[in-house]
Design a protein around this ligand. Structure first.
Ligand SMILES: [Zn+2]
Length: 279
């Protein structure tokens, strides 16, 4: 190395040293600025801290109040969940809307109206009314579809409801067009494992249907040959809510007020059979 090179190296070293020094000063300055801020912030906080210390009692009370509110809310939520569960299982019933799909059931004399539509309308209305009363209602069908009697009974036997109510409209031969009114059908032979006998269920339903609608009381009728009654293993009734072959009954079935009354009768009868309404 000659002298020139030594000088260059010396200059470079000094430059590097100055750079390192400058960087060091910059950072230490920055740091002290930060700590300066911290100190300032702490100084600023001092006043409020004193205030908090003074109002500490109040704050403590407020905290306790909030804790209580949270606890109460949690308790309420728990209760709501509990009651919702209870709501769902107060009673379970199965409603059967007679006929459906290709099976029109009986039809009005003018062929304009089909039984399958009335039974479905009634069943759906009853479901929404009864579920407001914490009664779980299973419908054998919710649409205009074909369904065998076997499938309907199988559903009832599987669900094991407290009661199984099948809704139908009646029909009479041409020479019996005067036949009108309400009937409930039941089996005496078929054993039941529920809270109520088939006969009692049929009696209650007929009574409430008549009370609500004021239509002709034809009576409770024993029918041992009907598939539904023969195969059901739960308290079962078939409710015949009017004769579609009778002019007066048909008019009643067509009217909004008539439908309301029949639905109300079935509703009251079901509640009574479940022990939800006084006898
Ligand atoms: Zn029918």
């Amino acid at each position: 190395m000659d002298l020139k090179e030594w000088r260059r190296l010396a200059v470079q070293s000094v430059f590097l040293f100055l750079m390192v020094l400058a960087v060091g000063i910059f950072f230490s300055g920055h740091q002290s600025e930060n700590s300066g801020n911290k100190i300032q912030a702490a100084a600023k906080k001092e006043e409020p801290i004193a205030e908090t210390a003074e109002s500490g009692g109040e704050e403590k009370e407020a905290v306790i109040a909030v804790q209580k509110t949270v606890k109460t809310a949690a308790k309420k939520k728990k209760q709501t969940v509990k009651s919702a569960k209870k709501k769902e299982y107060k009673h379970v019933i199965v409603l059967d809307a007679g006929h459906g799909g290709m099976d029109e059931g009986t039809v009005s004399v003018d062929w304009k109206y089909s039984e399958k539509n009335y039974t479905l309308t009634f069943a759906k209305r009853l479901k929404s009314m009864l579920e407001e009363k914490n009664i779980k209602v299973y419908l054998t069908r919710t649409e205009d579809i074909d369904m065998t009697k076997k499938a309907r009974v199988a559903m009832a036997n599987r669900v094991k409801p407290e009661i199984f109510v099948s809704i139908h409209c009646n029909a009479a031969e041409e020479w019996e067009r005067s036949a009108d009114g309400l009937e409930t059908l039941y089996s005496e032979k078929k054993p039941h494992y529920g809270r109520i006998s088939n006969k009692k269920l049929a009696d209650i339903l007929l009574e409430e249907l008549v009370k609500a609608s004021g239509r002709e009381k034809r009576g409770t009728i024993v029918r041992e040959g009907l598939y539904l009654l023969r195969h059901s293993e739960v308290p079962t009734v078939i409710a015949e809510v009017g004769y579609m072959t009778n002019a007066s009954d048909m008019q009643f079935l067509l009217s909004k007020s008539g439908q309301d009354m029949l639905v109300k009768g079935l509703y009251n009868g079901i509640l009574k059979a479940l022990g939800e309404k006084k006898a």
